[in-house]
Structure formats: structure tokens, C-alpha cells
Write a protein that binds this ligand. Sequence first.
Ligand SMILES: Nc1ncnc2c1ncn2[C@@H]1O[C@H](COP(=O)(O)OP(=O)(O)O)[C@@H](O)[C@H]1O
Ligand SMILES: [Mg+2]
Length: 416
Amino acid sequence: MPVVAPHDDTIAPSGKFSQMLNKISGQPESYARKSAYTFGKTLGAGSFGVVRQARNNTTKEEVAIKIMLKSTLNGNEQLVYDELSFLTQLKHPHIVGFRDWFESKSKFYVVTQLATGGELFDRIVDLGHFTERDASLVIYQVAEALEYLHGQNIVHRDVKPENILYLNHEQESPIVLADFGIAKRLRSSDDLIHTSAGSFGYAAPEVLKGLGHGKLCDVWSLGVITYTLLCGYSPFRSENIPDFLAEVKHNNAVIFHEKYWKHISEDARRFIVNLLDVEPTERPSIEQVLQDKWLTNIAAEHHDVDLLPSIRAGFNAKSKFKQAIELVMLQNRIKRLQELDDDDSDDTDFEDVGSSSSTGLSGWGALSSALKKTQSTGSSSSTSSEKKSSDAISALQQLVKTATQNKERVLNHVEE
Ligand SMILES: Nc1ncnc2c1ncn2[C@@H]1O[C@H](COP(=O)(O)OP(=O)(O)O)[C@@H](O)[C@H]1O
Ligand SMILES: [Mg+2]
């Protein structure tokens, strides 16, 4: 059972009858709370399952529910307990709010405040206009969330665009940081974590080296996001960990190509180079980041040059690389989901209702047929019954739809 007890006021009325039914069906007691929600469309996919929109039938609040398959957690259940534990403790305008949790025999459900405005990059690509000032507003809010976390000796470890969400569709929508799936609490301010976890592309070199990392790994990720926000592509070219470590080794990897950077201030470049120092001890703390004059002053002066055309161009120029990453990631996901072993009789958790992810889909036809092929030649357990196989396919389809937008996490959970 999860180590965190839900607040009493988050428990939906379930009734003695459904509790009794749960006992008979072998479902955990908290499963009764599932009936308090009406599930809607799929919002996103991550490492262990999908996230769906839902409505609390009593309060009518729209929420997000992260559904994680226990079978794909593979002994890493502690990750879910830790995530719940963090979410229940944290309260900040730029951190996604916790609402509830429950579990079934086969899944964990984590209910949070709904962010309807979309993931950072999807939203920006959809915008009509994006300036250096807009970028600084994003970075400032994420930095404030990190300052709050670091103040409590919590390291997020997975700061990346997919975990940065706009709360609503308004122009001035606030941003929230989500996904505490691999966050860690340090024993002291300068304590180091020795287990590597993060996302390739955003994780700091010291995380990938496995020699110990602390709060400053989040500052590095913020540097990668700042660079990418301003030009539309990643500051690094490497496609694997050894190449990446070699690339950043001499602290001269960050290049500002004139074609994409000519309209961007010197201070923005200085800010990025500062955050992307290969040596964590040379990196600014999050408090120092928040006081940097690019964030506090300079960026605000750059509100007239629209960077979107060049961000789009940068984005397209590098999209081949992105597709390659997505393919590897997709194969990993398929492998994991072939272990899908569903035991909830009335299960529709992976069936979409209404429209699918806001992110849209490229190449869905090809992916879908590749998927079916893998499915039919896949593990023997998935061919045992037609019903199960079609459930698995629809679950896979849901995941793959949104998973193509995400990068694979580099996970290594050997507990200290
Ligand atoms: N509260 C939320 N509101 C809207 N969408 C969300 C919310 N939480 C997560 N999502 C979507 O689901 C995706 C996966 O959720 P996340 O918590 O990051 O899971 P994972 O740990 O598997 O990466 C996110 O990238 C985002 O697109
Ligand atoms: Mg995530």
C-alpha cells in the first residue's frame, strides 16, 4: 500500500456497497474512489502509462489522472509512492496541485490539477508570436518552482518541456511544473544522489556520469530549455551518452548559430552559457538564476522581435534527429507494453473518449501497422485471447499516439 495517506477531504464518498464489491472482486479498498470520476480524453503518455482528463462527479472539477500499469513498473512501485509523497507535500503556484490517488489490482491512479493549456513546446509552436520576453517569463516561472523545491532540498531531476504545462489557453496563462516521478529529497543541501535518472537531452553530464549529482542538475536542464526555447533546437548534437559526455567535456559545446541567433540578446547567450557549465560547482544556484539580469531586466526589453519563424525553422532543421529518437523510444514502449497483464474486469482505462491528444500525430498509419505487426509476432501471452489482444492493441495505440511526442527517460533505479 502507498506510504502516503490521502487527506480525508479528498476521499470521494464510495458507499459500503461498492466497498463490499471491491472486497469480493479482490480490488484494493481505495479502488472505490475510482467511481467518483468520469474519464475523458487522453492528455499525454509517459514512462509507465497514460494521463487522462477526468471530471470529479461531485465537485465537477476537471482533473488529470495519471494511470500507471503496475506490470510496467516492474518492482519500481516505490517510485509511485515517492511521487505521491512529494505531490502531497508541495503547494506552489507553479507546481501542479495534488488532488487524490487510488489503485486497482493492476494500476495506480494519481489525480492532479488539470493543465489544459498544453505542453510547453506544443503551445509555443501553436502561438502566433513568441519573443525573448515570452521565453524569459516561462523560464522565470519554472525557476520559481525550482527555487521552492530546492529550498526544501528536493531535486526534480526531470525538468524538460514535456513536464512543463500551461494551466489554460489564455495568452498570459501561468505555467506549472509536473511529474515528480523521479524527484529525490536530499539529506542536506549539498548532499549528492548517486543513482542516475533523467531524460537524455536534458540531463546534466554529472547525472549521466553517475558520480553524484545534486540540485544543480535542474539548473543545467533549465539551461537546455532556455536555449531550445529561443531557437527551436537542442544545444547538443550527440545522440548517445558517451558522445554527449565527450561533446561537453571542454565546456565549449554551446554554439549560437548566427542564422538562428542573430536577433537574440548577448545577455540571453551569457545566461545560457552560465547555466550550461559542465562543472556543477561553477553553475549558478537557482537563487542566482532568478537574480540574473537577463531574467529580471534585459529580456523584457526584447518584446518586439518575433522569434517564432526562426524557432520553427530551427525545429524543422533538426526534426530528423527527433524522429530517430522517437523510433527507439517507441520500440522500448512496445516491449514494455507486451507485458501488459490486465485484471480489471470493466477496464476501459486505455480507451479514448472524445478527441485524442492535443499534440497531434505524424505518421500514425505507419506506426500503427508497425505496432500490429509487433503485436502479432510478439510475446505469447498477448495472443492467448482475442479480447485481450485487442485491449492490448488499443492500449498500445493510445500510448504510441502520445508517446511519439516524448523522449525516452534514462532510468536506472538501483536504490542507494
Ligand atoms: N496535470 C496535467 N494536466 C494536463 N496534462 C498532463 C498533466 N499531467 C501530465 N500531463 C500530460 O501527460 C504527460 C505525462 O505525464 P507525466 O506526469 O509527465 O508522466 P511520466 O512520468 O510518465 O512522464 C505529460 O507530459 C503531459 O503531456
Ligand atoms: Mg513526464
